[in-house]
Design a protein around this ligand. Structure first.
Ligand code: MCN
Length: 723
């Protein structure tokens, strides 16, 4: 039997229903007598809500009639799209018509949109704020003053990691069904257990304590479906109140206005370099535009900014850092986690610092990384208190170097033909895979193995990887494994799929539970055959001893006869997390006439330890790299100065299509493992983190000008070329 861990198995669990169009998404769930909910959302970015008048006789509820929920506006709207009221009707169209008849009387307040304006504190993003700077922190190590005193060159700039809209294929939506005692909610979420807890907290005062949350197929999330939004909680409340099933689904524009945005951090910095390009110190201010000042949300999301500041040093030997971190409130959609959550911003900033330094010093961008990189780490605490479990950074650079030179050669050939070509490089070393994951593995009477996971994958394919892990331990074909997930009824504890955690933490739980179940089954067989478990051989799904043999199905039935339940549950906790890393290189060509950028080659060298399924992991690299490229080249969130979201659908908000998709060549290095039972590290976010600076550096190299803002859209490039 081939080893299953490491085999490129297709997504046998997830894909059959998806590619035959049979996968059920929230929108496909329909009950007789369903009422459709449409939310009335603030048209203003900042306004007092003076009154809300519902149409006569309509099922219409304003915030004043509804339970207090984080993010629901009662008296003051803080961003355009914030929910204020909800109407219910027998069909979607009636509900939309009804929603248009709801009259909201606003008293517009000055909207604070631009973060630089917010810092001036002329207007406040919320009436009771004394300052728009709602949170502050300082990250400081070493002696910054002497770093600058000893500098050969000081580079000073502001680099912006712009606001992006997560753009999952499926907008948020839920269906809630109350049977008189139990509430069941199907939601396009990546956080079934978080939603269940919130609903119990909300509804127990109405006598509802039994709540089940189900995650049907979900069309992507990228971190934006972790947060428990008011809509999903409110339709649950309304299902209990009305006794009717309630369904709600966002339109694309509602989705863009009311689902968390990502990134929106800028770093104003001064960096000290010596003659060879050694980075001696960084001093600066990291400003995060938090968006709408909703305390419960920004207190959490500000953590992304402080993490970003602390990750500015780590893989590079920088001994002095002084960064003030400011969390600034504005009247835009609030920022939440988006593929990488703090690590893309950190990587972007430090990689930009290195390239701007390299350009100022006339040092090659690869060489400046060789000058600064730490050779390798093992259980390493960075000076700013982050942790890297393992990493062979210099070896990684050595492996990538010939490919970098190959791209330089190709670039020079293109240049010789008069083309604008450039090569970019970026190193990422991040942190991933957090917390606790639970799995139950059971042997069914027909000899199949059933794996139940408390995680909530929503496109990544982890279920197939879980099947491989169980198949490896039970030495059976993966087709003999079933995997269930995304339902709070299946298992009592669970965690959300995020932070590139599911394979490493959830897979370790599957691994440990499978091993324990196999040991339990050995004891059952030993008891039945009257021999010691150590004397029993096991292979190919069968227990062997000279006294007899038993299949998995025989063993399951025997176990039950003995009163032994053939299952094991295991909760695995990772301490503290893993540190995946890699180096990405790209070759681009810029059209001199139009300013369009074409990515000609993209090479990713990543080390995530043991890869359970190279096909799935490489899929993450393809999708993630494209998402990162998209931030560098296309994505731009535009608000009017009054706070209207101008890029409110896909005709205005540009994301790549298949036409722009890039051929990514991926090499999994597997030089440094994690300490987890699988030896794996997370891959879900790394490529998205690496791709943005890699592409920006390539464009900068092509046009020979420094770039400080993204996206590097054609207009910007033409302007820079002509400057
Ligand atoms: N994998 C592997 N070996 C490893 C690491 C991962 O075979 N050493 C495989 C896993 O089996 C899984 C995939 O790679 O199929 C990603 O695993 P992992 O790195 O554990 O990440 P998660 O499964 O926890 O996914 C979360 C991650 C995050 S944080 C975001 S954001 C993101 C991403 O995944 N959102 C996604 N990828 C996404 N992909 C899709 N299609 N949709 C999203 O919303």
């Amino acid at each position: 039997m081939p080893r299953e861990i490491g085999r490129p198995v297709r997504r046998i669990i997830e894909d059959p229903s998806l590619i035959t169009g049979k996968g059920r998404f929230v929108y496909d769930i329909d009950f007789k007598g369903t009422l459709y909910a449409v939310f009335i959302r603030s048209q203003y970015a900042h306004a007092k809500i003076k009154s809300i008048r519902c149409p006569e006789g309509a099922l219409c509820y304003t915030a004043k009639d509804l339970p207090d929920l984080i993010g629901l506006a009662k008296e003051e709207a803080l961003y355009q799209g914030q929910p204020l009221a909800v109407v219910l009707a027998e069909d979607e169209y009636k509900a939309r018509d009804l929603a248009e008849q709801v009259e909201v009387e606003y008293e517009p307040l000055p909207a604070v949109i631009d973060v630089e304006e917010a810092l001036k504190n002329v207007n406040k993003a919320k009436s009771d704020l004394s300052s728009n700077i709602v949170l502050e922190d300082n990250v400081e190590i070493g002696d910054v003053d002497s770093a600058f005193k000893n500098a050969y060159k000081v580079v000073e700039a502001e680099v912006i990691n712009q606001r992006v809209i997560p753009s999952a294929m499926e907008p948020r939506g839920s269906v809630a069904y109350f049977d008189g005692r139990r509430l069941t909610v199907w939601s396009s979420t990546q956080n079934v257990f978080g939603l269940k807890d919130t609903l119990i907290q909300l509804l127990s005062k109405y006598g509802v304590n039994d709540v089940r949350v189900v995650q049907p197929f979900v069309g992507g999330a990228f971190g934006s479906k972790i947060y428990i939004y008011p809509e999903e909680a409110l339709i649950s409340y309304l299902a209990v109140l009305t006794g009717k099933p309630i369904k709600w689904f966002n339109t694309r524009t509602e989705e863009f206005m009311s689902t968390n945005h990502g990134r929106d951090m800028r770093l104003k910095f001064k960096a000290a370099f010596d003659k060879e390009g050694k980075l001696l110190g960084i001093e600066g201010t990291l400003i995060m535009d938090l968006g709408a000042p909703i305390r419960e949300i920004y207190e959490d999301s500000f953590g992304m900014a402080t993490t970003a500041a602390r990750l500015l040093v780590g893989r590079y030997k920088v001994n002095a850092l002084k960064v003030k971190v400011l969390g600034v409130a504005t009247n835009k959609m609030f920022i939440g986690p988006y593929r990488g959550a703090g690590r893309p911003e950190a990587t972007y900033f430090v990689e930009r610092i290195l390239n701007l330094g390299a350009r100022a010093l006339g040092v090659d961008q690869f060489e400046i990384r060789e000058v600064n990189i730490i050779d390798e780490v093992s259980h390493y605490n960075t000076p700013t208190g982050m942790y890297y479990d393992s990493g062979k950074y210099r070896e990684t650079l050595k492996i990538a170097k010939p490919f970098y030179h190959e791209l330089l050669r190709k670039r020079d050939e293109l240049r010789a033909k008069g083309k604008l070509a450039g090569v970019g490089v970026a190193i990422v070393s991040e942190i991933a895979s957090f917390g606790t994951g639970t799995a139950r593995v059971q042997l069914t009477p027909n000899g199949r193995i059933q794996v139940v996971s408390g995680f909530t994958p929503h496109g990544q394919g982890d279920a197939t990887a879980f099947a491989q892990i169980a198949a490896e331990i039970f030495d059976v074909d993966v087709s003999q494994i079933d995997v269930l997930w995304g339902d709070t009824d299946l298992i009592s504890h669970g965690s959300l799929t995020g932070g590139s955690t599911t394979l490493t933490v959830g897979g370790s739980a599957v691994y440990e539970a499978s091993i324990r179940l196999k040991e339990k089954l050995l004891r059952v067989v030993g008891e039945k055959l009257g021999v010691r478990p150590e004397e029993i051989e096991y292979s190919n799904g069968k227990f062997y001893h000279k006294k007899g043999e038993m299949s998995l199905a025989d063993t399951a039935r025997e176990a039950l006869r003995m009163g032994v339940y053939p299952e094991e549950e295991y909760s695995y906790t990772i301490r503290p997390y893993t540190s995946p890393y890699g180096i990405h290189i790209a070759l681009v060509e810029v059209d001199r006439e139009t300013g369009f950028v074409k990515v000609l080659e993209y090479k990713a060298f990543d080390d995530v330890g043991v890869v359970v399924n190279p096909l799935l992991a490489e899929g993450q690299v393809h999708g993630g790299a494209l998402q990162g490229i998209s931030q560098a080249l296309y994505e731009e969130t535009v608000y009017s100065k009054e706070g209207s979201l101008i890029t409110s659908n896909f005709s205005d908000y540009v994301i790549p299509t298949a036409m722009e998709a890039v051929k990514v060549e991926w090499k999994s290095l597997a030089l440094a493992k994690s300490d987890t039972p699988l030896g794996s590290k997370g891959i879900g976010e790394l490529p998205a983190i690496a791709a943005t600076p890699t592409i920006l550096h390539a464009v900068e190299d092509a046009i020979g000008k420094n770039i400080y803002i993204m996206p590097t859209k054609p207009e910007l490039i033409l302007k820079l070329l002509n400057s």
